[in-house]
Each structure stands twice: as structure tokens, then as C-alpha cells.
Design a protein around this ligand. Structure first.
Ligand code: 6R9
Length: 572
């Protein structure tokens, strides 16, 4: 059963009239907000922090931080000085300069944000790594990007094979009693003694800002490079879509290891001068509701898996909290089920607004604006200044209600500029006519609303995290008992999809439950907990093409009891 379109709720939104804005909008209107417009030079960290520290927002809280051990807050002025100090420490002790890659690999903490913004103030390119990554995943990324410096913790350092990374010259450790050496530097100590004044590195709009590694269906994870110019769209969507206003308290639940945690956990909200809540630690429904109540969160950005987990924690729990400040709720990362929207209406009395975008796009592209009617099941409409369409494999635009490739006309401000060291991969995203092809299939209805249908490729979205089957298969293949492995996403009511692996064993190995668990642990330790298959099924042989590629499509058909389709390329 579908919900009827949910009407606009009365309110004063930053975007009041969608149609008019689309007709008259020009990105150069937004560019005028930034220093670049006057000086020709810019720096994301200046625009996100220092600019406010030099304005009426000086003593406004920029960052509220909480985890199991710490509760702290920092004003924009304090953030400016602390990020200056972080920059000075990185420069003095790590020789970090413009264009260098600095990786940040640690759980959420205020220092993580000082380190990211400090690196950006030096013009360095930041590579954020999710804390759950294990040695293999960490090494791949540091190696591919030739990272020069790393900020991490003593606990996580065990997963960094420093000796095998010749380009990695300095490792800054955030922790207690750090013993310094040629490569190891005590981040807190060096920050404390660093100068609080800094000559910011003014860069060009097209200079590198951030490198997010993400997964495709083939090959190793790829480094998606974004540039400072992304601020134009991140700022504009923070106004239009997040609808941030001066008095808002904003909470984005994503970790900065993923793009949502940087574009909308750091850049967007701070470009808009908002108070930003950052919460560390593991997901617990009680803690999340407590966060909403204690900080008086007004604008909240999360993901369907999280909503579904809250939903399964029951309606009695949510009633114990005062969530009356909450005024605007958004979702990203996976399809937002109408059922979740219905639940949101019931327990928060709020419409949950879906937003669609990707690591590669740098910022939101198709969304349900607060000023639009919401059609449950739809991701919404393209933001003004962006052209979206459904195209066929040749780049021809398809009419309404026809399913095809969700594509965006090249040239939006926050688009990725490079796949690190891989021009061919970058080029493979585009079709004739200047269409960027997302890898998602969708259709558009006659009112211009877009509806997500699935991935065109084999990428798995599990709990909102994007996992490439190839990376998991490669890891499983390293297990001494394994001959072949094929990995697919299996539909799951809470997590969207779970990772399922089909495995053929080398001769002499018994297909036991212990071995399944051993393979699971092997992937968990070698790659990351969220990439470990929740289900493993042993088969004597896996379906392969004549060129030896595992046919994941056939595995999926086995799993879902569907017809296997055309098998003419199968080996025998
Ligand atoms: C921001 C982010 C991108 C992929 C994307 C699509 C899926 C994102 C969605 C959605 C349905 C939405 N996705 N938003 N699917 N409805 N509103 O998630 O980036 O990690 O790169 O994932 O996520 O399949 O192609 P990323």
C-alpha cells in the first residue's frame, strides 16, 4: 500500500519556490558568498570556520562533541585557533604542504575534526578512513594515494603497515604517553605547543580537497577526488535541503570515513555557520534519542538502516524522550521505504525527506525539498542548477515512466574531478552528450519525481555502506582453503542488503560451519567488519564466464530463486 503524497508543512524555508528558483538560478549567485569571488583564491577551512570566527558567529558553538568518555563544545573562534594549531603541528613535524595526501584514521573525536580542517588549511588533500578498516584496506588506500602523513591512534596503528609504505613519512598519534621517534609524533603535545596563528594556504577553486575511496563492482576501491569548488554546492544545499537557519542545531549521524560524514558532517553545515553535533561510539537507540533531546537537535540527517533499527526498538522507547525541538529530518544512502516514512510521521510527527547523491557527486543532487510535496518511494527532484534524466546505454533521454540509467548532465559544482591515478576509470563514468552515469537505475514520473529502482552493477549497499563485491571476493580468495568466491547483496529487511558469499573450496577441505566462521573472521580481520559476509554458502563450483569472471548475476538468481537468464557466456 502506498501513502498519498504528503503535503508541504507550513514553515519559512530557505527555498520557498522550487519552480521559480529552477527557472532563474545560476551558480554564480552562490559563488558570490565566498572569498574566491573577490580575491580569486579560496580555502574550504577558511570559509567553513575562520570566516564565522571573524563574524557575529564568533562565540556561537560550532561543535558539540559527545561520546562515552567526553562531552565538549567549541565555538567558531576556538575552532579557528585549534585548527590553526593542528595545521602548524602538521607543517612543523610532518612537512605537510599543498597537494600532499594526509590520511586521518581514527574514531570520531574533536581531534579528528581539528586534523581534517588543519590539513585543509595547509592546502593538503585529506583522505578520511573509516575506523573499522583493517590492515589490507588501510594499506591499499595509503599506497594508492602515496600518502605522506597519517593521523591515527595508538590502537589503530597496529593496522598500519608503516614499513611497507615508503611514502609515509610521519605518523601523528592521538593518545596518551606517546613515545616519539623519527616517524611517530605526539599529535596532542605538538598541537598544544604550536602557534595559534597561521598563514592559511590560499588555493585555487580547482585544487584538491578530499580523497574518498569508494567501491565499484570491479577492481580495487578507487580514490574519488573532490576540489575546493565543491563548497559552492555543499553550501547551497545546506541552505536549501538541510534548510539550516541561524538558530538550528544540526546532527548528521554519518562517520567522516564516508562522504556523507564530510560533505554534510563537516563542510555543508559549517559553511552555513550551523552548530554541529558530533556523536561518537556505537549505535544504540537510547543514546540516539538522548542525543536528539539533550542537544535540542532541530535538523537531523541519517539513513534508512538507522531509522529501521530505531523502528524495531519500538514506539514505547521513543515516547520516553522529548523530541519537540526536531523540525526537519532527512535520509540518504539507500531507498527510503514508505513504511519508514509512515513510522516517522507517527513517532516524530515529521515527514522524512529522502535525498539522493553519491561519493562521486560530492553533494546532494535529487532531493525532497521541505517546500515540495513528498511522494513516498521517490527520492524527489533535482536541485536547481542541475539537470537529471533517465537515459539509455547510448545516452538518449527516455520519456517519463521508463526505467533506465539515472544520469546527470556533467558540470555541477561538486562533481568529482579525478579518480586518483586512473583516468580510464574516470572516463568510464560518462556517456556521449555529457551524461554522468550513476550506476543506479531509476525512472521519472510525469511530475518530474525520480524513483530509485536498483543498482545497475553489483555494488552492495549494506547498512548504508557501499561495499564492492570484488574487494570482498579478493580477500576471501586469500584464505588458504578457498578456491573460488563470488559475493552478492542479499535483500534484508533491516540492513537493506547483507553480504552473502558463495565459496568453492580447494580439495582436501571439509565444508564445515567452523570453516565458514573462519572465513568470516578472515575477512573481518583483513578488510573490515562491515565487509565480512554474514552468510556463506559452499558450492562445488561457481558459475563463470569463459574468460573466468564469476557470474554474480547467476549467484543472485540462485539466491532469489529467479530464472538465471542468458547463460551463453558461461564456461560449461
Ligand atoms: C551519499 C552516498 C551511493 C549509492 C547510490 C545509490 C545509493 C544513495 C540513495 C540511494 C536510494 C537514496 N543511494 N542515496 N539509493 N535512495 N536516497 O550514499 O554515497 O556511499 O557513494 O553510495 O547509494 O545506489 O549510487 P555512496
Amino acid at each position: 500500500m502506498d501513502l498519498q503524497a504528503l503535503p508541504v508543512v507550513q514553515g519559512k524555508y530557505n527555498l520557498e519556490n522550487y519552480e521559480d528558483t529552477c527557472a532563474n538560478f545560476d551558480w554564480s549567485d552562490t559563488e558570490k558568498q565566498f572569498s574566491w569571488y573577490e580575491t580569486g583564491r579560496v580555502n574550504m577551512a577558511y570559509e567553513a570556520i575562520d570566516r564565522h570566527a571573524e563574524s557575529f558567529r564568533k562565540n556561537k558553538v560550532a561543535l558539540y562533541f559527545r561520546d562515552d568518555n567526553r562531552e565538549e563544545k567549541y565555538t567558531f573562534r576556538e575552532m579557528k585557533l585549534l585548527t590553526n594549531k593542528a595545521a602548524n603541528a602538521l607543517k612543523t613535524h610532518g612537512n605537510v604542504e599543498k597537494g600532499d595526501r594526509v590520511f586521518i584514521f581514527m574514531p570520531r573525536s574533536p581531534e579528528l575534526y581539528f586534523a581534517i580542517l588543519g590539513s585543509i588549511k595547509l592546502g593538503a588533500i585529506v583522505g578520511p578512513l573509516f575506523e573499522a578498516f583493517m590492515e589490507g584496506a588501510v594499506k591499499d588506500r595509503l599506497e594508492d594515494s602515496e600518502a605522506k602523513a597519517l593521523v591515527t591512534t595508538p590502537e589503530l596503528l597496529e593496522r598500519v603497515p608503516v614499513e611497507e609504505l615508503p611514502n609515509l613519512k610521519s605518523v601523528f598519534l592521538v593518545g596518551k604517553d606517546i613515545e616519539e621517534s623519527d616517524t611517530i609524533i605526539d599529535f596532542n603535545k605538538r598541537m598544544a605547543e604550536a602557534d595559534r596563528n597561521l598563514e592559511i594556504e590560499w588555493v585555487d577553486r580547482e585544487d584538491g580537497l578530499i580523497l574518498h575511496y569508494t567501491s565499484g563492482s570491479t577492481g580495487r576501491p578507487k580514490g574519488v577526488l573532490h576540489v575546493h569548488n565543491a563548497m559552492i554546492q555543499q553550501y547551497q544545499t545546506a541552505r536549501w535541503v538541510l534548510d539550516l537557519q541561524e538558530e538550528d542545531v544540526y546532527w548528521c549521524t554519518a562517520d567522516p570515513g564516508w562522504v556523507t560524514g564530510t560533505s554534510y558532517g563537516i563542510f555543508g553545515p559549517w559553511l552555513a555557520g550551523a552548530s554541529n553535533v558530533i556523536v561518537g561510539g556505537r549505535f544504540k537507540p537510547e543514546t540516539w534519542y538522548q542525543t536528539l533531546e539533550d542537544f535540542g537537535v532541530t535538523v537531523w540527517y541519517s539513513a534508512p538502516t538507522a531509522f529501521r533499527m530505531l523502528m524495531s526498538a519500538g514506539d514505547e522507547l521513543v515516547k520516553q524522550f522529548d523530541l519537540s525541538e526536531l523540525r526537519h529530518v532527512m535520509s540518504v544512502g539507500e531507498p527510503l521505504n514508505p513504511e519508514v516514512i509512515r513510522w516517522g510521521l507517527k513517532v516524530f510527527n515529521k515527514r522524512i525527506h529522502d535525498t539522493w547523491w553519491m561519493t562521486e557527486t560530492g553533494a546532494q543532487l535529487i532531493v525532497n525539498f521541505p517546500c515540495l510535496e513528498i511522494k513516498p518511494g521517490s527520492m524527489g527532484k533535482p536541485i536547481p542548477g542541475v539537470e537529471a534524466a533517465i537515459v539509455d546505454d547510448q545516452g538518449n533521454i527516455l520519456p517519463p515512466n521508463r526505467m533506465g540509467n539515472l544520469a546527470i548532465k556533467k558540470g555541477w559544482p561538486s562533481m568529482m574531478r579525478e579518480i586518483w591515478n586512473n583516468q580510464a576509470k574516470y572516463d568510464s563514468y560518462f556517456l556521449p552528450g555529457g551524461w554522468y552515469v550513476s550506476g543506479d537505475s531509476a525512472y521519472m514520473d510525469e511530475d518530474g519525481y525520480f524513483f530509485f529502482q536498483g543498482r545497475v552493477d553489483d555494488v552492495i549497499m549494506t547498512s548504508g555502506e557501499r561495499v564492492g563485491p570484488f574487494e570482498v571476493e579478493s580477500k576471501i580468495l586469500e584464505h588458504p582453503a578457498v578456491a573460488e568466491a563470488g559475493v552478492i547483496g542479499k535483500p534484508d529487511p533491516v540492513r537493506g542488503e547483507i553480504i552473502k558469499a558463495f565459496v568453492a573450496l580447494l580439495e582436501g577441505n571439509e565444508p564445515t560451519d567452523e570453516l565458514k566462521e573462519d572465513i568470516r573472521q578472515f575477512v573481518k580481520k583483513g578488510l573490515a567488519a562491515h565487509a565480512a559476509p554474514r552468510e556463506i554458502e559452499f558450492r562445488d563450483k561457481l558459475p563463470k564466464t569463459r574468460s573466468g569472471k564469476i557470474m554474480r548475476r547467476v549467484l543472485k538468481a540462485w539466491e532469489l530463486d529467479l530464472p538465471t537468464g542468458d547463460l551463453s557466456t558461461m564456461e560449461d
